[in-house]
Design a protein around this ligand. Sequence first.
Ligand SMILES: [Zn+2]
Length: 266
Amino acid sequence: MSPEERARARERMRLHHQEHPDYYHVEQRRARAERREERRASFMSPEERRAKAAVHQRQRRLADPQREREIDEGYRRRLKDDPERLARIRAQKAEYNRRYWSTHSHKALTPEQREARRRRYYQITKERDRDKKKAWREAHSVEAAEKARLWREANPERFKAARDRWRQENWQKVLESNGRRRAAMRTPEIERVDRMAIFKRDQGLCYLCGGPVKPDARRTDPESLSVDHVIPLSKGGSHSEANLRVTHIRCNLRKGVRLAPAVARG
Ligand SMILES: [Zn+2]
């Protein structure tokens, strides 16, 4: 039968079924549909089929261990005589291992290596998500503050360590903030002073001894930057750039709260 003939026959059959819906074909069609449904209902996924096969295999092994051993030994013997097949299996295994370790390398790490890896990843995501997290904190300031508080309470040691680290790295800000706080206690006139602006205005020279001041030196360096209230706050001076001069921290500490001689005279 040619394909054309087959198509014609099918079409004839279709028309015939239309004309005679009560014929047994209809019954047959219904039965076919039912069988199809049954097949669908009993369909197993590959995982299910494998699990079922494993159970079956295990039962067989338990039923006749001797036979199983013989089968295994025969398989190994035949494999030994078939180096090509052996090589193929080894290559497959190597490929499987390669693929496995390319995604599971963390399983071969020592706990220390794993910790180092976790830290590294943490740093990467920290950099990557910095802006996103900042935006979230700004949009949810109440929740963010609450979250931060809970974290501080849960990790007091880590919080203190992080705070001290920040203070060490931002010691100039700390000085400015301390200055503001001290000033706020004594005078209502508060101004956020810019130490570097004062430094530039005074050309980086100490107004007490006239020597150059090191702006980036740490506070432990006697020649590091300090700013001094020309008229001390305790004597009614203001905490403003106009009342502040660049000094060496050494000279400032030596002067204490006395009025600077030059200014006292002028
Ligand atoms: Zn000085």
